[in-house]
Every structure is written in C-alpha cells, then in structure tokens.
Design a protein around this ligand. Sequence first.
Ligand code: SF4
Length: 163
Amino acid sequence: MAVFKLWRKIRQNGRVAEPAGPRPQRLSCPKAAALDGSVQLRHVDAGSCNGCEIEIGSVFGPVYDAERHGARLVASPRHADALLVTGPVTRNMAVPLRRTFEAVSEPRIVVAVGDCAINAGEFTGGYGVQGPVADVVPVDVAVPGCPPEPEAIVAALRGLTGR
Ligand code: SF4
C-alpha cells in the first residue's frame, strides 16, 4: 500500500529537477580529462559550520540532481577519484584530510567548497584552525561563497565531467 502511495505521488509531482543548461565549454582543471565524463567524490568536512553541507545536500537532491551530470558521492576515499572538501582545516582534521587524500585514486582531484575551504573565511585566526585546505592538500578547483549556491557547486562538478 505504501508503495502504491509513493508511486501515485511520483506520478502527480512529475520531474522536479532544474533544467540542466548547456554543457560546459571546457574542463575546470587539466586533471579532469582523465575522468572521462564521470567523477566519484568523497566529501570531507574539515571543520565546516555545516552551511556548505546543506548546499551539497541540495546539489545531490532531486532539484539539482548532480548525478545526471556524472558526479556521484561515494562512502570511501578508496572508491573516489576526487575529494570535495568543506570548512577551514582544523588542527584535528589536518592529518585525517591528508590520509584521506592519499587514499583517493588518481587523478586525485581536490575541490575546495566555500570561502572557509579557500581561505579559512570566518574562522581565520581561530585557535583550533590550521588554515585553508591548500595548506594541507593541493587544491585543483575552488568554489567561492559562504555558502556557495548549489548552482555554483553543480557548475564546478560539470566542469570536471564535461557533461
Ligand atoms: S563557507 Fe560559510 S557556510 Fe561554508 S563552512 Fe564556512 S562559514 Fe559555513
């Protein structure tokens, strides 16, 4: 019965995804050519306030639906070829972030999401903050904003897949 109700709701609502827009003209970093149109991402919260996570949640929800562009979140860095990193890197997260980076497969792309990941943002100078993501692992793509709009995150991911 519950399945029937769900099926009826899906029929009533139809597709809720935003229109996809044209394909990106070029890849956002040279390493993305090795991805061949599909990127598996491991997300690491290095010390975020969780504002960026809410936007990432939207990016992979039904409205922005980043999976249709070939981007997918995975549970293990061993299944990933890129990292999606949010927040400034706290002192406690510097070593785990470095180890997670080392566990990711080549081309091992790092996407820094949000101002905190790019330059420590609101948390600059905090006693528990080591610094921006680039102080710990090499950053290939940066998505500015506090938090970035889901459209900007989707555009950055489409720049990796070319779709
Ligand atoms: S960029 Fe803004 S929303 Fe994202 S973790 Fe920093 S303070 Fe929070």
